[in-house]
Design a protein around this ligand. Structure first.
Ligand code: AMP
Length: 115
């Protein structure tokens, strides 16, 4: 059996996290190494390794995750000025945790194109 990812351990409450929001389908918690004044992660409870592993059966789930992102961004006060949503996928994008997650960052300006 493969070892649980750190995010699966957070879902299973085996390790602590600063949880922002939770429902049956997803969990949102603050990143331990924030890259912006507001930086949280939104993850599905379903174990999906990355964007590349999302299937057609996950459409409703992914839609739900983005609805939660928008709601939390508004609640945490970053929606008006704007925020960035990022999902690193694979080695070149520096994905370190192989459990699908969306970084939601706000509270400062972000450059484009990214470095
Ligand atoms: P990525 O590089 O896209 O896979 O991002 C993984 C993110 O998870 C990084 O920004 C880490 O700082 C964050 N992270 C790792 N462990 C934890 C943890 N225990 N609680 C909250 N965030 C974490």
């Amino acid at each position: 059996m493969t070892e649980k990812t750190i995010f699966k351990k957070i879902i299973d409450k085996e390790i602590p996290a600063k949880i922002v929001y939770e429902d049956d389908l997803c969990l949102a918690f603050y990143d331990v190494m924030p890259q912006a004044p507001v930086h949280f992660l939104v993850i599905p409870k379903k174990e999906i390794a990355s964007v590349s592993d999302i299937g057609p059966e996950d459409g409703e789930l992914i839609g739900h995750l983005f609805a939660v992102i928008g709601k939390l961004a508004a609640q945490l006060g970053i929606a008006e000025e704007g925020y960035r949503v990022v999902s690193n996928c694979g080695v070149n994008a520096c994905q370190t945790v192989k459990h699908l997650h969306f970084h939601v960052m706000g509270g400062r300006p972000f450059g484009w194109p990214p470095g």
